[in-house]
Write a protein that binds this ligand. Structure first.
Ligand SMILES: *Cc1c(COP(=O)(O)O)cnc(C)c1O
Length: 496
């Protein structure tokens, strides 16, 4: 299996190269040349098997330059009893008639990003060993809150790697900030920037392709890679849990083999929903792919009009990990829908960089509307649905998942499509205590995050994850806050 770039389809590299480099030199994203197929028979053989077994099976289709032993070592180091609080790695909770919440937050930092970021460091170091032995891998991360912590936890003290995380100073929850600023590990560092996530992401993308810095790195025996979902090594582990969820629903008799299931995903950078798209393309019988946005509804407008327009007000919402106006992974979808038209992709993304806007042609609009449904909701509706879900089912979900549940309700109402539906539950409610507490309780909200958490626990009975309660009183290590113009300097300083 070879990987090509969305902005230069003639460029062809191995999976190890795609993962090590993170992003292609001309700014494109790596994608598999073809999507491997999974038959229904193969899906059925995965029933009764462990998550790790399923992961090895799916990954072996994409990462063909890895040996079976290499993949097994990566997977078995990532998904362990110590790091995940359930043997199943992810859990499924039935909430309502046809809805299944796929809980992807049972890992060490309580967010779905652990599913990929526990595996990525292993894939990355194994990849680098193949194509650039002896080089130190420098990983830069832009985070809207959750990626940063999950990446730090995945990479801390991994030999041969170094990491710097940038987060928007006022764009993350109190718990998210504490998770990052107290991070342990000799090889990792964290820095706040005065700006929003898009500023952090475009700053990091620019540094990745800055020839001067790349040269400096090469002289130091170092090279850049990415832990954001622009890296293929982030996306491929996410395909696994969609395959696995379908198999689990079959195994438990909730669905019959071949039955079509819809998928709802709360969306920011379009990575998680794209993984569901790839799973469907492999042959998992998924119906409509429903992506849910918060008030930063650039993707909802896009599916309606075919025009992607980031020139709009940016809202800081109760679901901060989705406060994004440039959804990087949409590029991969458009490349796929356009039949690998790298020229069109180059034009669209040049227009996006220059004017903040592009429009796709009618054919692509049609394909988008056939396979996808996009919706959004504001904070008020998000908190309202979290409250209603809790009162009705005694089930408490976080704000991002709340956005997905609300858009699912809207979808049901608009279409009457009653097929069984998987809703990606992306974070533990305890990462967003204040909002979740406000949604389920009418009492006054205490100011302190841990008091909020205790109240939430008393009210809902949901145990607080150890990794979050352990943050109390932990010393803060990282206090730097810089303007976005100074990101280059911060990177240079870290490299020394
Ligand atoms: C990152 C994140 C999302 C958005 O996922 P994308 O892959 O960027 O679309 C949704 N929910 C939570 C809790 C997140 O951390």
């Amino acid at each position: 299996m070879r990987y090509i770039s969305t902005r230069d389809a003639s460029l062809s590299v191995t999976a190890a190269e795609a993962i090590t480099r993170g992003i292609s030199a001309e700014g494109g994203l790596f994608v598999p040349e073809t999507i491997p197929e999974l038959t229904m028979d193969e899906l059925c053989t995965l029933a009764g098997k462990s998550y790790n077994h399923r992961a090895k099976f799916v990954l072996s289709r994409f990462l063909t330059d890895f040996s079976e032993e290499e993949l097994a070592a990566c997977v078995d180091s990532a998904y362990t009893d110590e790091k995940f609080d359930t043997d199943h790695i992810s859990e499924i909770s039935k909430v309502g008639e046809n809805a299944y919440l796929l809980e992807l937050w049972h890992g060490p930092t309580c967010v779905f990003k652990d599913m990929a970021l526990q595996l990525l460091p292993h894939l990355l170091t194994a990849s680098a060993k193949k194509i650039a032995p002896d080089k130190e891998i420098v990983v830069l991360v832009a985070t809207s809150g959750d990626t940063g912590k999950a990446a730090l936890e995945g990479f801390r003290d991994v030999p041969g790697t170094r990491m710097l995380v940038f987060y928007p100073e006022n764009g993350v929850s109190a718990m998210q900030k504490l998770q990052m600023t107290t991070q342990e590990g000799e090889n990792v560092s964290v820095c706040a920037i005065k700006g929003n996530f898009d500023d952090a992401q475009s700053g990091v993308k620019k540094i990745f392709t800055d020839p001067e810095i790349i040269k400096e790195l090469a002289e130091n025996g170092q090279m850049f890679s990415s832990a954001n979902s622009i890296n293929w090594g982030r996306l491929v582990p996410q395909i696994v849990y969609y395959v696995s969820a379908y198999v689990t629903l079959m195994e438990t008799g909730e669905i019959i083999p071949g039955e079509e299931v819809n998928v709802v995903v709360p969306t920011g950078n379009f990575g998680n929903i794209l993984a569901a798209y790839y799973a469907k393309k492999m042959g998992v019988p998924f119906g409509t792919l429903i992506y849910a946005s918060n008030q930063n509804n650039v993707l909802t407008d896009f599916i309606d009009a075919g025009i992607y327009d980031r020139n709009r007000e940016f809202f800081a919402t109760a679901s901060p990990s989705m406060d994004i106006l440039i959804s990087s992974n949409l590029e991969r979808l458009l490349f796929d829908l356009s039949g690998h038209n790298d020229e069109a992709v180059r034009e669209w993304f040049a227009a996006l960089a220059e004017d903040g806007e592009y429009e796709v042609d009618d054919e692509i609009k049609e394909m988008l509307n056939e396979g996808f449904y996009g919706g959004y909701c504001d904070d008020e509706d998000t908190l309202d649905v979290i409250g209603r879900t809790f009162r009705k089912y005694s089930y408490v979900c976080d704000t991002h998942t709340g956005v997905a549940v609300k858009v699912y309700e809207d979808y049901l109402e608009a279409t009457g499509d009653e097929r069984k539906t998987i809703i990606a539950s992306t974070a533990s409610p305890y990462k967003f205590n204040d909002s979740v507490l406000a949604a389920v309780s009418s009492e006054e909200i205490p100011a302190d995050s841990f008091d909020q958490a205790e109240k939430l626990r008393a009210l809902t009975g949901l145990p607080m994850p150890r990794s979050l309660s352990d943050l109390k009183g932990k010393p803060v290590r990282f206090t730097a806050s810089i303007s976005r113009e100074d990101m280059v300097e911060a990177v240079k300083k870290m490299l020394k």
